[in-house]
Design a protein around this ligand. Structure first.
Ligand code: CMX
Length: 425
Protein backbone atom coordinates (compact mmCIF):
# COMPACT_ATOMS: atom_id res chain seq x y z
CA UNK A 1 0.00 0.00 0.00
CA UNK A 2 1.34 3.49 -0.84
CA UNK A 3 2.30 5.83 2.01
CA UNK A 4 -0.51 8.21 1.08
CA UNK A 5 -3.19 5.53 1.12
CA UNK A 6 -1.85 4.20 4.40
CA UNK A 7 -2.06 7.68 5.91
CA UNK A 8 -5.64 8.12 4.69
CA UNK A 9 -6.62 4.75 6.14
CA UNK A 10 -5.43 6.08 9.50
CA UNK A 11 -7.04 9.54 9.40
CA UNK A 12 -10.41 8.90 7.74
CA UNK A 13 -12.05 6.84 10.54
CA UNK A 14 -11.37 9.57 13.12
CA UNK A 15 -12.72 12.26 10.75
CA UNK A 16 -15.86 10.24 10.11
CA UNK A 17 -16.35 9.71 13.82
CA UNK A 18 -15.88 13.44 14.44
CA UNK A 19 -18.52 14.36 11.84
CA UNK A 20 -20.94 11.80 13.19
CA UNK A 21 -20.53 13.17 16.74
CA UNK A 22 -20.85 16.75 15.46
CA UNK A 23 -24.11 15.89 13.71
CA UNK A 24 -25.49 14.00 16.68
CA UNK A 25 -24.99 17.08 18.85
CA UNK A 26 -25.81 19.88 16.40
CA UNK A 27 -27.56 18.24 13.44
CA UNK A 28 -30.84 20.14 13.88
CA UNK A 29 -29.30 23.61 14.02
CA UNK A 30 -29.97 26.04 11.17
CA UNK A 31 -26.98 27.13 9.03
CA UNK A 32 -28.66 29.00 6.17
CA UNK A 33 -31.91 30.56 5.05
CA UNK A 34 -33.04 30.56 1.42
CA UNK A 35 -34.94 33.45 -0.10
CA UNK A 36 -37.02 33.16 -3.24
CA UNK A 37 -34.44 35.25 -5.12
CA UNK A 38 -31.77 32.75 -4.13
CA UNK A 39 -33.92 29.81 -5.26
CA UNK A 40 -34.29 31.47 -8.66
CA UNK A 41 -30.72 32.81 -8.60
CA UNK A 42 -28.51 29.74 -8.77
CA UNK A 43 -28.60 29.27 -4.95
CA UNK A 44 -25.94 31.99 -4.67
CA UNK A 45 -24.71 32.23 -1.09
CA UNK A 46 -26.85 29.38 0.26
CA UNK A 47 -24.83 27.28 2.69
CA UNK A 48 -25.84 23.68 2.17
CA UNK A 49 -22.79 21.84 0.85
CA UNK A 50 -19.78 20.41 2.63
CA UNK A 51 -16.26 20.61 1.22
CA UNK A 52 -13.25 19.96 3.43
CA UNK A 53 -10.53 20.17 0.77
CA UNK A 54 -10.70 23.94 0.30
CA UNK A 55 -12.70 27.09 1.02
CA UNK A 56 -13.11 30.45 -0.74
CA UNK A 57 -13.86 33.39 1.57
CA UNK A 58 -15.05 36.29 -0.64
CA UNK A 59 -12.39 38.61 0.79
CA UNK A 60 -9.46 36.18 0.66
CA UNK A 61 -9.84 33.74 -2.21
CA UNK A 62 -8.72 30.15 -2.28
CA UNK A 63 -7.54 28.52 0.95
CA UNK A 64 -6.50 24.88 0.66
CA UNK A 65 -6.86 22.93 3.89
CA UNK A 66 -6.28 26.07 5.93
CA UNK A 67 -3.31 27.36 3.86
CA UNK A 68 -3.78 30.52 1.77
CA UNK A 69 -2.92 30.08 -1.88
CA UNK A 70 -0.13 32.66 -1.80
CA UNK A 71 1.79 30.31 0.52
CA UNK A 72 1.49 27.46 -1.99
CA UNK A 73 2.55 28.95 -5.33
CA UNK A 74 6.00 27.34 -5.21
CA UNK A 75 4.65 23.86 -4.53
CA UNK A 76 4.44 21.02 -7.03
CA UNK A 77 0.93 19.91 -8.06
CA UNK A 78 1.67 16.48 -6.55
CA UNK A 79 2.23 18.18 -3.19
CA UNK A 80 -1.13 19.89 -3.62
CA UNK A 81 -2.81 16.57 -4.38
CA UNK A 82 -1.40 15.22 -1.11
CA UNK A 83 -2.48 18.34 0.78
CA UNK A 84 -6.02 18.23 -0.62
CA UNK A 85 -6.47 14.65 0.53
CA UNK A 86 -4.74 14.68 3.89
CA UNK A 87 -4.57 18.27 5.13
CA UNK A 88 -0.76 18.06 5.30
CA UNK A 89 2.01 18.80 2.83
CA UNK A 90 4.14 15.73 2.16
CA UNK A 91 7.72 15.42 3.35
CA UNK A 92 10.39 14.48 0.76
CA UNK A 93 9.91 10.73 1.22
CA UNK A 94 6.12 10.93 1.05
CA UNK A 95 6.34 13.07 -2.10
CA UNK A 96 8.67 10.62 -3.77
CA UNK A 97 6.36 7.74 -2.86
CA UNK A 98 3.36 9.54 -4.38
CA UNK A 99 5.31 10.41 -7.54
CA UNK A 100 6.30 6.75 -7.92
CA UNK A 101 2.67 5.71 -7.41
CA UNK A 102 1.58 8.11 -10.17
CA UNK A 103 4.32 6.93 -12.53
CA UNK A 104 3.24 3.31 -12.08
CA UNK A 105 -0.26 4.11 -13.37
CA UNK A 106 0.38 6.62 -16.13
CA UNK A 107 -0.30 4.68 -19.33
CA UNK A 108 -3.29 5.81 -21.39
CA UNK A 109 -4.82 2.76 -23.13
CA UNK A 110 -4.45 2.65 -26.93
CA UNK A 111 -8.21 2.53 -27.51
CA UNK A 112 -8.35 6.18 -26.37
CA UNK A 113 -6.16 7.22 -29.30
CA UNK A 114 -8.28 5.11 -31.65
CA UNK A 115 -11.36 6.94 -30.33
CA UNK A 116 -9.73 10.28 -31.13
CA UNK A 117 -8.96 9.02 -34.64
CA UNK A 118 -12.70 8.44 -35.11
CA UNK A 119 -13.71 11.91 -33.92
CA UNK A 120 -14.20 14.86 -36.28
CA UNK A 121 -10.87 16.70 -36.73
CA UNK A 122 -12.40 19.99 -35.59
CA UNK A 123 -13.79 18.60 -32.29
CA UNK A 124 -13.25 20.98 -29.40
CA UNK A 125 -10.21 19.91 -27.31
CA UNK A 126 -12.48 19.72 -24.24
CA UNK A 127 -14.79 17.31 -26.09
CA UNK A 128 -11.81 15.12 -26.92
CA UNK A 129 -10.40 15.31 -23.40
CA UNK A 130 -13.69 14.47 -21.68
CA UNK A 131 -14.44 11.72 -24.19
CA UNK A 132 -11.00 10.30 -23.40
CA UNK A 133 -11.83 10.21 -19.69
CA UNK A 134 -15.26 8.69 -20.27
CA UNK A 135 -14.06 6.04 -22.67
CA UNK A 136 -11.54 4.88 -20.02
CA UNK A 137 -14.42 4.17 -17.58
CA UNK A 138 -13.95 0.43 -18.16
CA UNK A 139 -10.67 0.79 -16.21
CA UNK A 140 -12.52 1.86 -13.04
CA UNK A 141 -11.49 -0.04 -9.91
CA UNK A 142 -14.59 1.27 -8.15
CA UNK A 143 -17.00 -0.02 -10.82
CA UNK A 144 -15.35 -3.44 -10.87
CA UNK A 145 -15.17 -3.82 -7.11
CA UNK A 146 -18.75 -2.55 -6.67
CA UNK A 147 -20.02 -5.20 -9.05
CA UNK A 148 -18.08 -7.77 -7.01
CA UNK A 149 -19.95 -6.73 -3.85
CA UNK A 150 -17.45 -4.32 -2.26
CA UNK A 151 -18.36 -3.27 1.31
CA UNK A 152 -19.28 0.38 1.98
CA UNK A 153 -16.18 1.06 4.06
CA UNK A 154 -13.98 0.18 1.06
CA UNK A 155 -15.63 2.74 -1.25
CA UNK A 156 -13.01 5.38 -0.54
CA UNK A 157 -10.18 2.93 -1.17
CA UNK A 158 -11.51 2.06 -4.63
CA UNK A 159 -12.21 5.75 -5.38
CA UNK A 160 -8.65 6.55 -4.32
CA UNK A 161 -7.34 3.96 -6.81
CA UNK A 162 -9.44 5.56 -9.56
CA UNK A 163 -8.19 9.00 -8.55
CA UNK A 164 -4.51 8.06 -8.68
CA UNK A 165 -5.00 6.12 -11.88
CA UNK A 166 -6.76 9.07 -13.53
CA UNK A 167 -4.43 11.75 -12.17
CA UNK A 168 -1.51 9.71 -13.49
CA UNK A 169 -2.99 9.53 -16.98
CA UNK A 170 -4.34 13.07 -17.44
CA UNK A 171 -1.06 14.74 -18.53
CA UNK A 172 -0.54 12.09 -21.22
CA UNK A 173 -4.20 12.33 -22.23
CA UNK A 174 -4.07 16.14 -22.37
CA UNK A 175 -0.81 16.14 -24.34
CA UNK A 176 -2.28 13.55 -26.71
CA UNK A 177 -5.28 15.83 -27.34
CA UNK A 178 -2.95 18.76 -28.03
CA UNK A 179 -0.76 16.92 -30.52
CA UNK A 180 -3.66 15.27 -32.34
CA UNK A 181 -6.03 18.24 -32.46
CA UNK A 182 -3.40 20.74 -33.59
CA UNK A 183 -1.44 18.44 -35.95
CA UNK A 184 1.75 18.55 -33.91
CA UNK A 185 2.97 15.12 -35.07
CA UNK A 186 3.35 11.84 -33.21
CA UNK A 187 2.69 11.59 -29.50
CA UNK A 188 5.77 11.97 -27.29
CA UNK A 189 6.21 9.20 -24.72
CA UNK A 190 6.16 9.90 -20.99
CA UNK A 191 9.55 10.17 -19.27
CA UNK A 192 9.40 8.33 -15.94
CA UNK A 193 12.19 10.49 -14.49
CA UNK A 194 10.24 13.74 -14.70
CA UNK A 195 7.74 15.16 -12.23
CA UNK A 196 4.05 15.40 -13.19
CA UNK A 197 4.12 18.92 -14.69
CA UNK A 198 7.54 18.61 -16.33
CA UNK A 199 6.56 15.35 -17.98
CA UNK A 200 3.43 17.06 -19.27
CA UNK A 201 5.56 19.79 -20.84
CA UNK A 202 7.79 17.07 -22.31
CA UNK A 203 4.77 15.30 -23.86
CA UNK A 204 3.27 18.55 -25.20
CA UNK A 205 6.48 18.99 -27.19
CA UNK A 206 6.70 22.78 -26.90
CA UNK A 207 10.21 24.22 -26.64
CA UNK A 208 11.33 25.05 -23.12
CA UNK A 209 15.04 25.92 -23.39
CA UNK A 210 15.38 27.59 -19.98
CA UNK A 211 12.69 25.71 -18.04
CA UNK A 212 10.43 28.75 -17.61
CA UNK A 213 7.49 27.11 -19.38
CA UNK A 214 7.77 24.19 -16.94
CA UNK A 215 7.76 26.68 -14.04
CA UNK A 216 4.60 28.23 -15.49
CA UNK A 217 2.99 24.84 -15.94
CA UNK A 218 3.72 23.82 -12.33
CA UNK A 219 2.16 27.09 -11.19
CA UNK A 220 -0.80 26.69 -13.55
CA UNK A 221 -1.52 23.13 -12.42
CA UNK A 222 -1.31 24.20 -8.78
CA UNK A 223 -3.46 27.33 -9.03
CA UNK A 224 -6.48 25.71 -10.69
CA UNK A 225 -6.64 22.62 -8.46
CA UNK A 226 -9.74 23.30 -6.36
CA UNK A 227 -12.19 26.09 -5.50
CA UNK A 228 -14.44 24.68 -2.77
CA UNK A 229 -17.55 22.61 -3.51
CA UNK A 230 -20.16 24.91 -5.04
CA UNK A 231 -18.65 25.84 -8.41
CA UNK A 232 -20.27 24.20 -11.43
CA UNK A 233 -17.57 21.59 -12.08
CA UNK A 234 -17.07 20.50 -8.47
CA UNK A 235 -20.77 20.51 -7.63
CA UNK A 236 -21.67 18.57 -10.78
CA UNK A 237 -18.93 16.02 -10.20
CA UNK A 238 -19.89 15.50 -6.57
CA UNK A 239 -23.58 15.13 -7.44
CA UNK A 240 -22.77 12.49 -10.05
CA UNK A 241 -20.35 10.73 -7.68
CA UNK A 242 -23.02 10.73 -4.96
CA UNK A 243 -25.00 8.25 -7.09
CA UNK A 244 -21.92 6.00 -6.74
CA UNK A 245 -21.05 6.62 -10.36
CA UNK A 246 -17.28 6.11 -10.46
CA UNK A 247 -14.73 8.90 -10.89
CA UNK A 248 -14.50 8.45 -14.67
CA UNK A 249 -18.21 9.30 -14.95
CA UNK A 250 -18.18 12.02 -12.32
CA UNK A 251 -14.97 13.76 -13.40
CA UNK A 252 -15.97 13.90 -17.06
CA UNK A 253 -19.40 15.23 -16.04
CA UNK A 254 -17.83 17.96 -13.90
CA UNK A 255 -15.37 18.93 -16.60
CA UNK A 256 -18.21 19.24 -19.12
CA UNK A 257 -19.37 22.04 -16.83
CA UNK A 258 -15.90 23.54 -16.79
CA UNK A 259 -16.19 23.75 -20.59
CA UNK A 260 -18.85 26.48 -20.28
CA UNK A 261 -17.90 30.10 -21.13
CA UNK A 262 -19.08 31.38 -17.73
CA UNK A 263 -16.75 28.90 -16.02
CA UNK A 264 -13.41 27.45 -17.24
CA UNK A 265 -13.84 28.28 -20.92
CA UNK A 266 -13.51 31.94 -19.90
CA UNK A 267 -9.71 31.60 -20.16
CA UNK A 268 -9.98 30.88 -23.90
CA UNK A 269 -12.59 33.64 -24.28
CA UNK A 270 -10.45 36.06 -22.33
CA UNK A 271 -7.35 35.72 -24.47
CA UNK A 272 -9.59 35.95 -27.54
CA UNK A 273 -10.96 39.24 -26.21
CA UNK A 274 -7.46 40.61 -25.49
CA UNK A 275 -6.20 39.64 -28.97
CA UNK A 276 -9.32 41.20 -30.50
CA UNK A 277 -8.46 44.53 -28.86
CA UNK A 278 -4.89 44.28 -30.17
CA UNK A 279 -6.14 43.52 -33.68
CA UNK A 280 -8.62 46.37 -33.59
CA UNK A 281 -6.05 48.90 -32.41
CA UNK A 282 -3.07 47.53 -34.37
CA UNK A 283 -1.02 46.51 -31.32
CA UNK A 284 -1.24 47.11 -27.58
CA UNK A 285 -4.16 49.56 -27.17
CA UNK A 286 -4.01 52.65 -24.99
CA UNK A 287 -5.93 52.62 -21.70
CA UNK A 288 -8.51 55.00 -23.17
CA UNK A 289 -9.06 52.68 -26.13
CA UNK A 290 -9.38 49.71 -23.77
CA UNK A 291 -11.99 51.49 -21.66
CA UNK A 292 -13.98 52.27 -24.82
CA UNK A 293 -13.75 48.67 -26.05
CA UNK A 294 -14.85 47.36 -22.62
CA UNK A 295 -17.89 49.62 -22.75
CA UNK A 296 -18.66 48.43 -26.30
CA UNK A 297 -18.48 44.80 -25.10
CA UNK A 298 -20.96 45.55 -22.33
CA UNK A 299 -23.25 47.52 -24.64
CA UNK A 300 -23.36 44.63 -27.09
CA UNK A 301 -24.75 42.43 -24.27
CA UNK A 302 -21.63 40.31 -23.81
CA UNK A 303 -19.71 39.63 -20.62
CA UNK A 304 -16.11 40.77 -20.24
CA UNK A 305 -14.41 37.39 -19.86
CA UNK A 306 -12.00 36.89 -16.97
CA UNK A 307 -13.76 39.46 -14.79
CA UNK A 308 -16.36 38.95 -12.07
CA UNK A 309 -17.03 36.03 -9.78
CA UNK A 310 -19.96 34.38 -8.04
CA UNK A 311 -18.14 34.27 -4.68
CA UNK A 312 -15.03 36.49 -4.75
CA UNK A 313 -15.18 40.22 -4.02
CA UNK A 314 -11.46 40.96 -4.48
CA UNK A 315 -8.82 40.45 -7.16
CA UNK A 316 -8.48 36.68 -7.36
CA UNK A 317 -5.18 35.67 -5.68
CA UNK A 318 -4.72 33.20 -8.53
CA UNK A 319 -4.70 36.19 -10.93
CA UNK A 320 -2.18 37.93 -8.65
CA UNK A 321 0.09 34.89 -8.89
CA UNK A 322 -0.08 34.87 -12.70
CA UNK A 323 0.51 38.61 -12.86
CA UNK A 324 3.61 38.25 -10.66
CA UNK A 325 4.87 35.44 -12.90
CA UNK A 326 4.33 37.56 -16.03
CA UNK A 327 6.14 40.54 -14.51
CA UNK A 328 9.09 38.28 -13.74
CA UNK A 329 9.29 36.27 -16.97
CA UNK A 330 7.66 38.20 -19.83
CA UNK A 331 7.11 41.82 -18.87
CA UNK A 332 8.06 42.97 -22.42
CA UNK A 333 5.50 40.79 -24.16
CA UNK A 334 2.81 43.03 -25.75
CA UNK A 335 0.00 40.54 -25.03
CA UNK A 336 1.00 40.37 -21.37
CA UNK A 337 1.29 44.18 -21.28
CA UNK A 338 -2.23 44.42 -22.68
CA UNK A 339 -3.52 42.01 -19.99
CA UNK A 340 -1.83 44.16 -17.39
CA UNK A 341 -3.42 47.33 -18.82
CA UNK A 342 -6.80 45.60 -18.98
CA UNK A 343 -6.45 45.01 -15.23
CA UNK A 344 -5.94 48.76 -14.71
CA UNK A 345 -8.96 49.66 -16.85
CA UNK A 346 -11.71 47.02 -16.78
CA UNK A 347 -12.55 47.06 -13.04
CA UNK A 348 -13.11 50.83 -13.24
CA UNK A 349 -15.57 50.36 -16.11
CA UNK A 350 -17.33 47.39 -14.47
CA UNK A 351 -17.70 49.34 -11.22
CA UNK A 352 -19.99 51.72 -13.08
CA UNK A 353 -22.45 48.87 -13.77
CA UNK A 354 -24.51 48.55 -10.62
CA UNK A 355 -25.63 44.94 -11.07
CA UNK A 356 -22.06 43.58 -11.31
CA UNK A 357 -21.11 42.46 -7.80
CA UNK A 358 -17.42 41.75 -8.43
CA UNK A 359 -15.57 43.97 -10.92
CA UNK A 360 -12.20 42.29 -10.27
CA UNK A 361 -10.23 39.78 -12.38
CA UNK A 362 -10.69 36.06 -11.75
CA UNK A 363 -8.23 33.25 -12.48
CA UNK A 364 -8.97 33.30 -16.21
CA UNK A 365 -7.98 36.93 -16.85
CA UNK A 366 -4.23 36.47 -17.09
CA UNK A 367 -3.25 32.87 -17.70
CA UNK A 368 -3.83 32.85 -21.46
CA UNK A 369 -1.32 35.62 -22.17
CA UNK A 370 1.39 33.62 -20.39
CA UNK A 371 0.63 30.42 -22.29
CA UNK A 372 0.60 32.41 -25.52
CA UNK A 373 4.00 33.87 -24.69
CA UNK A 374 5.49 30.38 -24.37
CA UNK A 375 4.15 29.28 -27.75
CA UNK A 376 0.89 27.64 -26.77
CA UNK A 377 -1.14 29.82 -29.10
CA UNK A 378 -4.08 27.44 -29.63
CA UNK A 379 -6.34 28.99 -27.04
CA UNK A 380 -9.23 26.58 -27.48
CA UNK A 381 -6.90 24.18 -25.67
CA UNK A 382 -6.58 26.22 -22.47
CA UNK A 383 -9.54 24.70 -20.63
CA UNK A 384 -7.86 21.29 -20.94
CA UNK A 385 -5.00 22.63 -18.82
CA UNK A 386 -7.54 23.94 -16.31
CA UNK A 387 -9.19 20.49 -16.33
CA UNK A 388 -5.99 18.58 -15.59
CA UNK A 389 -5.47 20.73 -12.53
CA UNK A 390 -9.13 20.81 -11.43
CA UNK A 391 -9.19 16.99 -11.54
CA UNK A 392 -7.00 17.11 -8.40
CA UNK A 393 -9.69 18.85 -6.38
CA UNK A 394 -12.58 16.92 -7.87
CA UNK A 395 -10.80 13.62 -7.26
CA UNK A 396 -9.84 14.53 -3.69
CA UNK A 397 -13.39 15.68 -2.94
CA UNK A 398 -14.74 12.36 -4.26
CA UNK A 399 -12.35 10.29 -2.12
CA UNK A 400 -13.23 12.28 1.01
CA UNK A 401 -16.98 12.07 0.30
CA UNK A 402 -16.80 8.28 -0.06
CA UNK A 403 -14.68 7.99 3.10
CA UNK A 404 -17.20 10.05 5.08
CA UNK A 405 -20.08 8.02 3.63
CA UNK A 406 -22.02 11.04 2.36
CA UNK A 407 -25.39 10.07 0.85
CA UNK A 408 -26.81 10.68 -2.62
CA UNK A 409 -27.37 14.41 -3.30
CA UNK A 410 -31.04 15.30 -3.53
CA UNK A 411 -32.19 18.88 -2.85
CA UNK A 412 -35.87 19.70 -3.29
CA UNK A 413 -37.37 21.60 -6.21
CA UNK A 414 -40.85 23.11 -6.43
CA UNK A 415 -42.80 24.50 -9.38
CA UNK A 416 -43.32 28.29 -9.51
CA UNK A 417 -46.99 27.83 -8.55
CA UNK A 418 -45.97 26.02 -5.36
CA UNK A 419 -43.51 28.78 -4.46
CA UNK A 420 -46.27 31.38 -5.04
CA UNK A 421 -48.51 29.48 -2.65
CA UNK A 422 -45.69 29.08 -0.14
CA UNK A 423 -45.07 32.84 0.10
CA UNK A 424 -48.73 33.80 -0.20
CA UNK A 425 -48.35 35.61 -3.54
N1 CMX B 1 -19.05 41.31 -17.71
C1 CMX B 1 -20.31 41.72 -17.94
N2 CMX B 1 -21.34 41.49 -17.11
C2 CMX B 1 -21.06 40.84 -15.96
C3 CMX B 1 -19.76 40.43 -15.63
C4 CMX B 1 -18.74 40.66 -16.57
N3 CMX B 1 -17.48 40.26 -16.38
N4 CMX B 1 -19.81 39.83 -14.42
C5 CMX B 1 -21.09 39.85 -14.02
N5 CMX B 1 -21.85 40.45 -14.95
C6 CMX B 1 -23.30 40.62 -14.96
C7 CMX B 1 -23.94 39.24 -14.98
O1 CMX B 1 -23.98 38.69 -16.29
C8 CMX B 1 -25.30 39.53 -14.40
O2 CMX B 1 -26.09 40.12 -15.42
P1 CMX B 1 -27.67 39.74 -15.57
O3 CMX B 1 -28.28 40.03 -14.23
O4 CMX B 1 -28.14 40.65 -16.67
O5 CMX B 1 -27.70 38.28 -15.92
C9 CMX B 1 -25.00 40.61 -13.35
O6 CMX B 1 -23.74 41.19 -13.76
C10 CMX B 1 -24.87 40.12 -11.95
O7 CMX B 1 -23.88 39.11 -11.92
P2 CMX B 1 -23.04 38.83 -10.59
O8 CMX B 1 -24.00 38.54 -9.50
O9 CMX B 1 -22.05 39.91 -10.38
O10 CMX B 1 -22.23 37.53 -11.00
P3 CMX B 1 -22.74 36.02 -11.10
O11 CMX B 1 -22.48 35.36 -9.81
O12 CMX B 1 -24.12 35.94 -11.63
O13 CMX B 1 -21.79 35.45 -12.23
C11 CMX B 1 -19.74 35.05 -13.39
C12 CMX B 1 -20.42 35.20 -12.01
C13 CMX B 1 -18.31 34.58 -13.18
C14 CMX B 1 -20.50 33.99 -14.21
C15 CMX B 1 -19.78 36.44 -14.10
O14 CMX B 1 -19.05 37.38 -13.35
C16 CMX B 1 -19.25 36.37 -15.53
O15 CMX B 1 -20.02 36.02 -16.44
N6 CMX B 1 -17.94 36.73 -15.75
C17 CMX B 1 -17.33 36.61 -17.05
C18 CMX B 1 -17.04 35.14 -17.37
C19 CMX B 1 -15.89 34.62 -16.53
O16 CMX B 1 -14.83 35.23 -16.43
N7 CMX B 1 -16.08 33.42 -15.95
C20 CMX B 1 -14.98 32.74 -15.22
C21 CMX B 1 -15.22 32.66 -13.72
C22 CMX B 1 -14.10 31.88 -13.05
C23 CMX B 1 -14.14 30.44 -13.44
O17 CMX B 1 -15.11 29.76 -13.09
O18 CMX B 1 -13.25 29.98 -14.15
Amino acid sequence: MSMLKEKLAKIFPAQKEDISKFLKEHGEKEVSKVTLSQAYGGLRGVKGLVCDTSEVPPDKGLIIRGIELKELTEKLPEEILYLLLTGDLPNAVELEDLQAELKAADKVPDYVWATFDAMPADSHPMTMFNTGILVMQRESHFARRYSEGMKKDAYWDATYDDFISLAAKLPELGAGVYRKRFNKGDRIPSNKNLDWAKDYVNMLGLPDPNGNFTTLMRLYLTLHCDHEGGNVSAYTASTVASALSDLYYSLSAGLNGLAGPLHGLANQECLGWVLETMKKFNGAPSKEALAKFTQETLDSGKVVPGYGHAVLRITDPRFDAFLAFGKKYCSDDPVFQTVSNVFDVVPEVLKTVQKIKDPWPNVDAGSGALLYHFGMTEFSYYTVLFSISRALGIGAQAVVARAMGYPITRPKSLPTGAYKKLVGA
